[in-house]
Design a protein around this ligand. Sequence first.
Ligand SMILES: [Ca+2]
Length: 231
Amino acid sequence: MNWIFLALLLLSDPVGDDHGAGLGYPRASIYQDVGFADITQFEIKQQDGLWLLGIRLARYPNPAEAPLGFSLATIAFYLDTGPGGEEELLGAGLKTPAGGGWEEAYLISGWGAEKRTPKGGREAARAWRQDDWIWVQTNLSDKPKVYVTSGIYDPFEPWGFRKVLPGGGVWYLDGPENAPRALDVLAANQERVWSSGTLPPARKQRSWRPLASLTLLLVGVWFLHQSRRSR
Ligand SMILES: [Ca+2]
């Protein structure tokens, strides 16, 4: 068994899809910088028996000079570690698929990370920057399912995600008041996430393309063989 393959999961997300359910950015000039909430990669890997979660954003503007080197984005990882759990992704404004509720979440800003529980438990967590990656340490030895979201950081919001209001504002996102506040998520079909409000956990996509190509090739060879025989 290839344990290295099983132990880590590295996923990519398109660049430029950081507009949530069609939200407009706040009008303050700092938010005119592009790509600061744009997820480009996510990785989960095990180190010394515990799982680490990593995320890469397209750009890291840091006008407020936060210690982790970015100050506009907020990142929330919601972890499904067992049966039951909370199905509202508090802050991001999305929900998990039925039965896939989360038991703990990690909220990360440029000023550090906090571990949360659905019932309001909170404790500091260790987060750090390594080149273009932001990492957070969990204390889990079993691999969790992870819901990956980003938004605009607001230190006055209990879950860190900046508010959405119709018409927007200098400090508010523009969209319907009950719209999800997340701007980017990790999902194979993001359109479906924004239209349904449900975010599936991050996972590798099974691709049928190589199999389909092989089938076409074999059919082609067979036809060629048949046509030669019939001459
Ligand atoms: Ca993205």
